[in-house]
Design a binder for this molecule. Structure first.
Ligand SMILES: [Mg+2]
Length: 274
């Protein structure tokens, strides 16, 4: 057959084979379940802009801390979360993508035991500054107190971070709500100058409660003056309460249902494009 004739005929044949509804071609795609994390993980691991944001957060934290110390508070302290605040766990997310496995407590526990997380940009200098200024550091994290403390301390020791005695760690025992653990620090007479985290629940439990992100945003707007003054926020595109709220905290959703919930939550242009 003449090639000039064959190509258009082949095109018409393939076009006719596409499944069609009344007015449009239907494309059926199968996407690996963890594929949605790829851009977020690449941003965390490769974007210099991500590092710049983290340095910016810790630079601001240093300025605020030095300024707060001018008032000579008794027993000054800072409270930090650990994951995506002090420690970069993006290799675990990369593992999820490559192996098509959703997060699970079992695989996460194995990652923690490896104790090979790298520090978030800027955190080492900030913690050393706080330490040199006589400020007590408390790590309030939802890593597991019993299973994860030793591996976490080893990881942080290898990174040369300060104040790693048991008394500086308030990990999770019963609840993810950090309110009681923050209170335990103040009950010891410490005056907390700054809270640092990637999740607003690291600052106040009120952000853990709303089931829609619009309400979480409204709370930030209401307390905007505390952002960058009392609470220093680190970016985390990988996961967080923000993502749980997209699913209305429904842990029983299938990967496909989660995908539908993510798509349904997107804000699109007011007019369709063609
Ligand atoms: Mg965190």
């Amino acid at each position: 057959m003449d090639v000039k004739f064959f190509i258009p005929v082949l095109f018409l044949f393939l076009t006719a084979c596409q499944p069609k509804t009344a007015d449009k071609t239907v494309e059926v795609k199968t996407i690996p379940s963890q594929e949605y994390l790829t851009a977020a993980t690449l941003f965390t691991q490769h974007a210099a802009e991500y590092d710049a944001l983290c340095y910016q957060a810790y630079h601001l934290a240093s300025i605020q801390l030095i300024q707060a110390l001018e008032a000579n508070p008794e027993k000054p302290a800072v409270v930090l979360d650990l994951d995506e605040t002090v420690l970069d766990n993006s290799p675990y997310t990369a593992w999820q993508i490559v192996n098509e496995k959703p997060y699970s407590p079992e695989t996460w526990a194995q990652w923690v035991q490896l104790a090979e997380a790298k520090p978030i940009a800027g955190v080492t200098s900030f913690l050393r500054l706080a330490d040199s200024l006589g400020v007590s550091i408390f790590y309030v994290s939802n890593r597991n107190q019993e299973a994860d403390l030793v591996a976490t301390q080893k990881n942080m020791q290898d990174l040369g971070l300060p104040q790693l005695g048991d008394e500086h760690f308030y990990l999770k025992t019963t609840t993810s709500d950090k309110t009681e653990r923050r209170k335990a620090v103040t009950d010891l007479g410490y005056d907390i100058q700054l809270f640092i985290g990637d999740n607003l629940g690291d600052y106040d439990h009120i952000w853990d409660k709303p089931t829609v992100n619009a309400d979480r945003k409204k709370l930030v707007e209401e307390r905007a003056t505390e952002m960058g003054t009392k609470y220093i926020a680190l970016p985390n595109t990988l996961y967080g309460t923000w993502e749980g709220a997209v699913y209305q905290y429904n842990r029983s959703l299938s990967e496909m249902q989660k995908d539908s919930a993510r798509k349904a939550a997107l804000t699109v242009p007011s007019m369709p494009f063609h």
